[in-house]
Design a protein around this ligand. Structure first.
Ligand SMILES: *Cc1c(COP(=O)(O)O)cnc(C)c1O
Length: 823
């Protein structure tokens, strides 16, 4: 934070009223997360009410840890005993209060603040601009993409007095959001990255979207934008006076006319100002999106007074990857958190927090380089030292000469090396077994070499899982259900292909109530990987009874015979087992029918060893309007069957019926719990809220080879791909054995290369597929190809070959590496 605040000041700023005993406490840290508190006595804990919890619930625990000042909602009933120990500031709305404190802190910062908004590229521009400016300045920037109503305040609290420039990004999801963000950020210099044409829920159209985003710059001195975005330029030029605008364009008529010239794997960027003064830079990438982003970066750096050689120096080190925290499978069951592109304090904190949320492993190891942040090294390293201690790491491997300062704070087994090379020469990769490693280093240390050495060997195809999108979708469904309704998440079939353990772990931290798997061994695998939530098993078999017992898994029971078998098993072993009853109301797959109810009731009384944890049914057509009457009939029949069963019970089991589509279409039938599946993974099957969910997985591969072929050449088995006029093809490292469906053959599917469509040519092979890239320039081996993801929707792809998104998701072979990231 920039300045410490007294309780009287906080009352003033928030308009709140303080009660309690610690009126003299000064605040220099603000936290909204009870798990992330470093200096309890100096911390203000702001109790926010979220989808999963009320922050106020953690107050007694936090007082125990030493936190003394709290911001709480009016009406929160405080225990008299707590009053003696702490101070409580009561406000109408704690989120607004948090934002007011942020606006106050911002007002104290007198150096330039850069504000970035737009549809795409915000985070990358922020990171790159930060890199370029840090050649000469001490830069504060939002960690990751902390750009929301709560993320922006946290970003602002990260600004320290020694910073010379701050870069903050702002993201909005509906009308009205930007005003609050704008009051907090108050950018001196603005960057409007671009505007996407995609429909976004919360906005009626593109103009409204632009106008909302423009509010960020209402008090800015200068705004940078690209004139070639016609809608955007029109709107900006009609709303903001021209002396505040800095435009660029690939044509003439802008403040900067730009040309991009490809040059042996790089691009030369020439900027010509209206006075015909020209400047030339070189950047290490060629794709359109990166060039657009980097052009914004160059113009912003020039505007802030950075000189040309320093900008070029900064550009030389940029990487065309985004700065994401990724979780990758390592050797010997280890897990790697790859944070090799992020090396500042704020980033380290986010990464350590991410680490603390992972499944338990043998030991927690941090591999860290010198921090090449501008600023006060003593202060920075003392903060790093505190972080290291508070996150309970088992081992630290320091690389570089500066981190050595911290050696005395390192746990016992720690080591330091002078350079990355030295580490690589001396490390035995086999020494890491079932460990959790966080690898974080400044760019110049090239820590990607360490990641390469320690990660599982893989081929070129990866399935990337966006954990932020998963969180977003989880919260979307959580908002659809009543506060008391529980949420069971279906992680059967390897969590719809996404990787069961990581996804289960993530939603366990998110606050899901129950998990469900198809078979007992899926449940066993989750338990072995440290998942603690109750787990329902849809299709257990008699052979797995011992496993169910040993791993505390809860089987679904679907017939009288099965009930009896399990009951006798429990009696023989003198144990209680929790079970779930599947009632068949029309699916006709598994389940008790009406004719079984009498027998079922008598079995229930016969076997008190079996505790009925829940009763459920499954809808057959909740996604489609045509089945509406049938769905309602199923739900009503279920209610009747359930009442009959419950009448013989002395306790209340959970009652549930809705899957993802049902949650959307039948809100009146939420009952005690809902069962979320495909929606969590980003597909809204009813089509009513397409724009509200975020795609979770991106399947990517690489080009192995590019070939120029003459007229009449054929491609692949059975000569099915024909190039009458010749052309250029690229061979990709994915085939039907990886889950790339053979029905995509012969132009039925396409992939994206450099953002452009490349249709499949010929038949899909077992491990490879060829695509036509005749229309693309500059395609080369090693380039990335997107099979599906944000730009290619699963629904569309599934339609194309007459299947459903479920099948595409679950078909991805386990040999495809899953990588998890936070963006
Ligand atoms: C798979 C499954 C679900 C989840 O269905 P989605 O359509 O993916 O939401 C719910 N309940 C049962 C019994 C299931 O088998």
């Amino acid at each position: 934070m920039l300045t410490s605040l007294s309780i009287a000041q906080l009352e003033d700023i928030t308009g709140g009223k303080a009660l309690g005993s610690r009126r003299d406490q000064l605040i220099s840290q603000i936290s909204i997360d009870s798990r992330q508190i470093l200096h309890p006595e100096q911390t203000l804990f702001v109790a926010l009410r979220g989808a999963k919890a009320d922050g106020a619930d953690f107050i007694p625990e936090l007082i125990e840890e030493g936190v003394r000042v709290f911001l709480v909602h009016e009406g929160w009933s405080v225990d008299e005993k707590l009053m003696d120990l702490a101070s409580f500031i009561f406000t109408k709305d704690t989120r607004q209060a948090l934002q007011k404190i942020a606006a106050f802190e911002r007002s104290v910062f007198t150096k330039p603040v850069v504000g970035i908004t737009g549809s795409n590229g915000k985070t990358i521009i922020k990171e790159w601009l930060g890199q370029v400016l840090s050649q000469r300045f001490a830069v504060a920037k939002s960690p990751k993409s902390y750009n929301s109503q709560v993320g922006v305040p946290l970003s602002i609290f990260g600004i320290q007095p020694y910073h010379q420039v701050a870069i903050l990004e702002a993201g909005v999801s509906k009308s009205g959001d930007m005003e609050t963000l704008s009051r907090m950020i108050l950018p001196d210099l603005g960057i409007f990255t671009n505007i996407g044409s995609a429909h976004e829920e919360g906005f009626s159209g593109i103009q409204e979207k632009i106008r909302e985003k423009l509010k960020l710059f209402s008090a800015s001195k200068l705004l940078i934008y690209c004139k070639d975005q016609h809608h955007l330029a029109q709107e900006i030029e009609s709303q903001i006076s021209s002396d505040k605008l800095i435009s660029w364009s690939k044509k003439s008529g802008a403040d900067f006319s730009i040309s991009w010239k490809p040059l042996e794997g790089k691009t030369r960027i020439v900027l010509m100002k209206s006075d015909l003064n020209t400047m030339t830079f070189q950047v290490p990438f060629m794709d359109q999106a990166s060039l657009e982003n980097v052009t914004h970066v160059i113009i912003a750096a020039l505007t802030l007074g950075e000189d040309i050689p320093a900008i070029q120096e900064g550009l030389d080190h940029l990487k065309p990857v985004d700065m994401r925290l990724t979780l990758k499978p390592g050797l010997n069951d280890s897990l790697l958190i790859d944070d090799t592109y992020n090396n500042d304090l704020a980033g380290l904190k986010v990464a350590l927090e991410f680490m603390s949320q992972q499944r338990p492993k043998r030991s927690k190891i941090l591999i860290i380089s010198d921090l090449l942040q501008q600023g006060l090294p003593e202060k920075i390293y003392s903060e790093v030292g505190e972080l290291i201690q508070s996150y309970g790491l088992d081992q630290i491997i320091g690389v570089g000469t500066e981190v050595k300062r911290l050696e005395k704070l390192f746990p016992k087994k720690s080591k330091t090396y002078a350079s990355t090379e030295q580490f690589l020469q001396n490390v035995d990769p086999e020494s890491f077994q079932n460990d959790l490693l966080l690898i974080t280093g400044a760019r110049s240390f090239a820590f990607e070499k360490i990641v390469n050495r320690l990660q599982q060997r893989i081929h070129g195809t990866t399935l990337e899982i966006n954990l932020n999108a998963l969180t977003h979708n989880f919260n979307f469904y959580k908002k659809q259900i009543k506060p008391g309704t529980k949420l069971m998440v279906m992680v059967k079939a390897f969590a719809y292909g996404g990787g069961a353990a990581e996804i289960a772990n993530h939603i366990q931290t998110m606050g899901a109530d129950y998990l469900a798997v198809a078979f007992s061994d899926e449940g066993v695998a989750l338990r072995k990987q440290g998942i603690r939530l109750p787990i329902m098993v849809l299709n257990p078999v008699e052979e797995s009874f011992d496993l169910l017992r040993e791993y505390a898994l809860e089987p679904v029971v679907f017939s009288p015979e099965f009930f009896k078998k399990l009951g006798l098993y429990a009696r023989y072993h003198q144990i209680q087992l929790s079970i779930h009853l599947d009632l068949d109301t029309g699916m006709h797959r598994l389940g008790f029918e009406e004719k079984h109810l009498q027998e079922l009731k008598s079995l229930i009384s016969q076997f008190p060893e079996l505790n009925i944890a829940s009763l459920y049914t499954h809808l057959v057509g909740a996604d489609e309007e045509v089945h509406h009457d049938f769905s309602v009939q199923q739900l009503e029949q279920f209610m009747a069957m359930k009442s009959e069963i419950v009448s013989v019970l002395e306790y209340q089991p959970l009652v549930h019926a809705l899957n993802s589509a049902g949650i959307i279409r039948y809100p009146d039938y939420q009952m005690d719990m809902v069962r979320l599946g495909i929606g969590l993974y980003g597909v809204e099957v009813t089509g009513k809220h397409d724009a509200s969910l975020k795609p979770v997985s991106t399947l990517k591969t690489t080009i192995s080879q590019v070939k120029e072929l003459p007229a009449g050449a054929t491609v692949g088995y059975s000569r099915k791909g024909v190039l009458p006029n010749g052309g250029k093809i690229a061979t990709l490292a994915i085939g039907y054995a990886d889950g790339y469906d053979r029905r995509f053959s012969r132009g039925n599917g396409y992939v994206l290369i450099q953002g452009k469509k490349a249709p499949v040519i010929g038949n899909v092979c077992m491990d490879m597929v060829m695509v036509d890239v005749s229309e693309l320039d500059e395609v080369k081996a090693g380039d990335e190809a997107i099979i599906y993801g944000e730009q290619i929707s699963l629904k569309q792809l599934a339609d194309q070959i007459g299947t459903i998104p479920y099948e595409l998701l679950t078909n991805i072979s386990t040999r495809v590496k899953r990588v998890y990231y936070l963006d």
